[in-house]
Design a protein around this ligand. Structure first.
Ligand code: ARG
Length: 569
């Protein structure tokens, strides 16, 4: 990025040198720079027709004249070909500029402050109370975590919200079941599993005995009315669920600023309903209140049921408004599965109809489903994979591999945790987020595949090379980095800032995940092709410098998708 920027500056000066003026600003020139399909045509090309109107000259003539005036120490030569100005970069200078630039910027390489003073609210993970954290919630948790890191990287202030699913008639049923068959000790011991059992039993028995449903409804009303006993049990369920979830969050290294869930909005919905009414948006429909969305090709948004109960979208309307009023966000992201596409379309449309211009700042970051070794997951049929079990299994498997590969490693437990978690998360963040994912153990944990362990291993390899080399004070000779293998690594390092920007713009962490694989593969090719600890100390110094830059960028890429980079493995 910086490099392209320097080239754009040189081009700008060259154009002014030849014509006394330049119709395009340096940033526009940078945008216009292309990468030719074939390196024989140069490393960059500028299509001169972009200037022909302003200069009233043919692209061919412009290209010709610019070969004389565009100069920079990092340019090997420039060539005019069919109206294009082709730049051949001096490879040694290029390597030097990129590698030294990256190292000087350190962990801030690719960062900028474009988000300074701006706030982004990110709604992710958003688990449901009295249900176990299953693999389906991993995508939202890790995409959201990655995006919040990325936003902070670009200078934004972020607010991470876990919009807990802690409202609904099922909680009345659970209390009813608990009062009938449960006891505190068993639930304490069994945690969420025990609550799920109670709920399943309730539903089974209610089929035979419909009176149970009335009991459930009565308890739900009791929660709504603030009955102390009902609230006490309900809040206790909540804290047991959160304690379980906390273990998973800790393994994953994920944190939240707020756990304001659905129940938080209990007293914040009436003003919204009044407002909808006052703005003439509410319609009666068989006793229920709806916002008609027919003109926009959507089913109506159901705001109040005929029994007066509020709905998921009613809470989301209150939540959206609350977040705007409280955090004054410039962006508000909802990282939620694509099954809820319609819900968010409706939500944003209702906000728009209410006259809230900031609906444009809201975005649904959706993602696909996860299946497990070819099987879809279904709570009802008992095919669920619990995240905590999955992560622990992965750590265990990683540990076995470590035991075999590097038996002398000191901190095997720590590394097994980093690699085990890394394998799972990397797999989840590897594909475009809208694609469905089928999780397979052997693919996630393959140390030679396009996986987390592979990338982490490459990082550890860089660290090991640097450790072995020790201090090397020689001046690097960047001509040692002009062959294909080294240049590929340099080029990828140069592209990193652009990849991060694109990942940010598209809310697509997978671009970073894939990039990390590309860089790891390129580095490994370089590692096998070139003797890093060369006898010529200036050559050695150059190769070590490249190694240091590669390891820094891999570590940073992993950090931005939520992972750690062990130094030894
Ligand atoms: N709890 C919901 C679920 O698990 C996701 C909530 C998403 N956030 C929101 N504001 N609607 O499906």
């Amino acid at each position: 990025m910086d490099f392209k920027c320097a080239l754009a500056d040189a081009l700008y000066e060259g154009i002014r040198g030849a014509y006394g003026e330049c119709a395009l600003a340096p940033e526009e020139l940078m945008q216009a720079l292309e990468v030719p399909p074939d390196t024989a045509m140069g490393d960059y090309a500028f299509p001169c027709f972009k200037l022909s109107k302003a200069l009233r000259k043919s692209p061919v003539a412009i290209a010709e004249s610019l070969t004389e005036t565009v100069k920079a120490d990092f340019l090997g030569k420039t060539e005019a070909v069919k109206g294009y100005l082709n730049f051949f970069v001096d490879k040694a200078m290029y390597a030097r500029q990129v590698v030294e630039g990256a190292l000087a910027a350190g962990d801030g390489y690719g960062a900028d402050n474009s988000g300074a003073g701006k706030t982004c609210v990110l709604d992710y993970s958003s688990i449901n109370i009295a249900k176990r954290f299953h693999i389906g919630h991993l995508s939202t948790t890790m995409i959201g975590n990655s995006l919040s890191r990325l936003y902070r990287f670009f200078g934004w202030n972020t607010v991470s919200v876990n919009h807990l699913g802690d409202w609904g008639t099922q909680f009345g049923k659970m209390i009813a079941a608990y009062k009938r068959w449960g006891d505190r000790e068993t639930v304490m011991r069994g945690g969420v599993d025990e609550m799920v059992k109670l709920y399943v039993r309730f539903n089974a028995e209610a089929k035979e005995n419909p009176a149970l449903d009335d009991e459930g409804r009565a308890w739900f009303k009791a929660i709504e009315d603030g009955n102390p006993e009902a609230l006490e049990i309900f809040n206790w369920f909540k804290s047991v669920t959160l304690k379980d979830a906390e273990k998973v969050y800790e393994l994953l290294g994920v944190q939240f600023d707020s756990y304001a869930g659905e129940s938080f909005y209990n007293d914040k919905m009436q003003p919204i309903i009044d407002e909808l009414e006052a703005k003439g948006l509410l319609k009666e429909d068989q006793g229920a209140k709806i916002v008609d969305l027919e003109p926009y090709g959507m089913p109506p948004a159901l705001i109040l049921r005929s029994d007066g109960a509020t709905l998921y979208i009613t809470r989301d309307l209150a939540a959206a408004k609350y977040r705007k009023d409280t955090y004054h966000f410039d962006k508000s992201l909802y990282v939620v599965a694509y099954q809820q596409d319609l819900h968010f379309k409706q939500l944003f449309k209702v906000l728009e109809l209410m006259g809230y211009d900031w609906y444009k700042q809201c975005e649904h970051v959706n993602f696909g489903m996860v299946s497990f070794e070819g099987q879809t997951l279904s709570t009802r049929e008992g095919r669920i994979v619990y995240l905590e079990d999955l992560l622990n299994t992965s750590i265990q498997k990683a540990r076995e591999i470590m035991e075999e590969k590097s038996p002398d490693l000191d901190n095997k437990d720590e590394v097994a945790r980093q690699v085990g978690i890394g394998a799972v998360v990397f797999f989840i963040l590897y594909n475009n987020r809208r694609k469905d994912i089928d999780f397979w153990w052997d693919r996630a944990l393959n140390f030679d595949g396009e996986t987390g362990p592979y990338v982490m291993y490459t990082h550890a390899r860089c660290c090991s090379v640097l450790r072995k080399a020790g201090a090397c004070d020689a001046q690097p000779d960047f001509a040692a980095l002009t062959d294909g293998g080294a240049q590929d690594v340099v080029r990828l390092i140069e592209q990193f800032p652009g990849v991060l920007k694109a990942a940010f713009d598209k809310s697509e962490p997978s671009m970073i995940t894939r990039f990390s694989v590309d860089l790891a593969q390129a580095y490994n090719r370089f590692y096998y092709e070139s003797k890093i600890l060369d006898e010529d100390l200036s050559v050695r110094a150059a190769r070590l410098t490249l190694t240091r830059a590669a390891s820094q960028v891999i570590r940073q890429a992993l950090y931005l998708i939520g992972l750690e980079a062990p130094e030894r493995m």
